[in-house]
Design a protein around this ligand. Structure first.
Ligand SMILES: Nc1ncnc2c1ncn2[C@@H]1O[C@H](COP(=O)(O)OP(=O)(O)OP(=O)(O)O)[C@@H](O)[C@H]1O
Ligand SMILES: [Mg+2]
Length: 328
């Protein structure tokens, strides 16, 4: 589905509302006040669709100050974020180039979210590990200032090793199924075949013990998956440092489409794909490739300022003008 309209018409708003309505949060901001139309005090997204064979009705109401409420097929949910378990939505926005070019923390956050989508039972693992590191850091500072003895570090060392090892294993398990589709998609896009490589090993007790003096001096934990990274490689180059703007865009797109392929394979249900401003910076050949490699059966929305930017005829063309969306 191609969504066209001039700058400022509301294309990104439309995609954002679909993300809020299917996932319970915006990909752009955690501040729900920004999502409510200026001059009004509440907003609502109501969606109807199908998940596989089942009919699905989703509703998210935003009332700044009162929080967020979500309904699934008419029944209230405990938290809007629970919608994530019902519908998968993958989103590309130009901000997401950060996944390739920004600091490792951005990649860790991205892959930890992917981990949550592919292994929902382990969605909380990264936060649990982060909390253990925080506790160890607090304990390091207590020991350094003489408020506790070194024994106080022991339980946190154990937690960091146990949860850290689980997290490294879970991240590797997440990358594994993505690798083959990522390689073939990046090859289709002419990047020479891409590779994902996890950089880091599970922390061990010995390693932590070896770093203890240094960690005490600095008050932070200097080993573990909170410092790891994922290398994105293509054609023998590291795209993190050497990818061109367009290549970085294609790498992010390949990651999303790889995950879509894995979700289809595992659940039989294609995710909703929201591709905002993806066509700019892509040459005509790569725009055609994108149209060709989009997962069949998935609902995909692509925004553009002109219909001509997509070299193939879309299944549906939506025209956005301020305050209105109409099928062309
Ligand atoms: N809370 C809000 N209430 C009312 N208008 C808003 C709100 N937040 C943003 N806007 C405005 O909505 C308009 C549409 O923005 P949007 O980002 O959807 O445009 P767009 O069609 O994606 O444009 P572009 O092609 O430049 O990306 C903008 O003028 C923006 O300032
Ligand atoms: Mg926009």
């Amino acid at each position: 589905m191609l969504v066209v309209g001039p700058n400022g018409a509301g294309k990104t708003n439309l995609l954002e509302s679909l993300h809020v309505g299917t996932q319970g949060f915006s990909p752009r901001t955690r501040n729900d006040t920004q999502l409510v139309r200026f001059g009004t005090d509440a907003g609502r997204v109501s969606l109807r669709g199908r998940r596989g064979e089942a009919e699905l009705e989703l509703e998210v109401t935003l009332e700044p100050g009162k929080g967020k409420r979500a309904k699934l097929n008419g029944a209230p949910l405990r938290a809007a974020e629970l919608l994530r378990a019902e519908a998968s939505t993958l989103v590309f926005t130009p901000d997401r180039l950060a996944i390739v070019k920004a600091a490792p923390a951005v990649r860790r956050a991205y892959f930890d979210r992917a981990l949550g989508r592919l292994f929902p039972a382990q969605a909380g693992l990264s936060a649990e590990y982060g909390a253990a590191v925080g506790q160890r850091n607090a304990a390091l500072r207590r020991v350094a200032s003489g408020l506790s003895s070194r024994d106080a570090l022991e339980p946190w060392n154990e937690q960091v090793v146990a949860l850290g090892s689980d997290l490294v294993a879970a991240r590797r398990r997440t990358l594994e199924p993505l690798e083959a589709p990522f390689a073939s998609l990046t090859a289709e896009f002419g990047l020479g075949g891409g590779r994902l490589a996890y950089e880091g090993d599970a922390p061990t007790r010995e390693e932590l013990a070896g770093r203890e003096q240094r960690d005490l001096e600095r008050g932070t934990t200097s080993v573990g998956p909170h410092l790891h990274d994922v290398a994105l490689l293509a054609g023998g180059r590291d795209l993190r440092s050497y990818g061109s703007q367009g290549e970085q865009r294609l790498a992010v797109l390949s990651l999303l489409l790889a995950e879509a392929a894995v979700l289809v394979e595992r659940t039989g249900i294609a995710p909703l794909l929201l591709l905002d401003d993806v066509l700019s910076e892509l040459d005509p050949g790569r725009r055609s490739t994108l149209a060709r490699v989009l997962p069949g059966g998935a609902q995909t929305l692509i925004t553009s300022t002109t219909a001509a930017a997509l070299p193939v005829a879309p299944a549906q063309l939506l025209e956005v003008s301020p305050g209105a969306v109409r099928a062309a």
